[in-house]
Design a protein around this ligand. Structure first.
Ligand SMILES: [Zn+2]
Length: 200
């Protein structure tokens, strides 16, 4: 390996580890950014990455990404604090927000229970959820975890933990396909599923 290519190879190797990019796409991206006319974009990306790394935090209540202690959804007086929609990841929150059919708050678990991957309740933000429901006297918890086996196992576990508490537990209704993850669904499907939610 030529010494002058070290910088390029380090960049290619780092990008190749990202989801959706392998070595071929990574090389293509790096060569594109190194072209003379594209150097300012390379600088912009580097600056944006540093700013994101330094400033993006996790909301103490819901687990959403934000640039402060709490996210804009948790701070908004327009959002109902009596409903909490439980989602697997931030990408699912974004999907529900894009659909625009929900005016409550969220709780991001950071994954789902998985025997195979040794992910138990304490690896997820489930203890925080249970504390939050008690603290805020939440009236409805909406389980929006997708119809995968692990998603449904997680929904069942959370519903069990909430049994006996004065909270209504619901799940998304029609239109969520088997094995479907929320983030790949279109807004209309999410809206229909949210509106037709039913008792768990
Ligand atoms: Zn939040």
């Amino acid at each position: 390996m030529k010494k002058e290519l070290n910088e390029i190879n380090i960049l290619i190797d780092l990008l190749a580890k990202l989801p959706g990019l392998g070595p071929v796409s990574s090389r293509r991206v790096v060569l594109h950014l190194l072209k003379t006319g594209n150097r300012s974009r390379l600088n912009d990306i580097a600056t944006a990455m540093i700013r994101a790394s330094e400033n993006v935090q996790t909301c103490v209540d819901c687990g959403n990404y934000c640039s402060a202690h709490k996210c804009s959804i948790c701070l908004s007086p327009q959002r109902s604090s009596s409903e909490i929609c439980i989602v697997q990841d931030v990408s699912d929150l974004w999907a529900v927000e894009r659909a625009g059919a929900y005016q409550g708050r969220y709780h991001i678990l950071g994954g789902v229970l998985s025997m195979l991957d040794h992910i138990g309740p304490d690896e997820l933000r489930i203890p925080e959820l249970l504390k939050r429901v008690r603290r805020d006297a939440t009236q409805e918890v909406i389980l929006a975890l997708g119809a995968t086996v692990d998603g449904q196992t997680t929904a069942h576990y959370i519903a069990e933990q909430l049994t006996g508490q004065n909270v209504r537990v619901t799940t998304l209704g029609q239109g969520v396909p088997m094995g479907g993850e929320l983030e790949i669904l279109d807004g209309g499907t999410i809206t229909a599923a949210m509106r037709s939610r039913r008792e768990y």
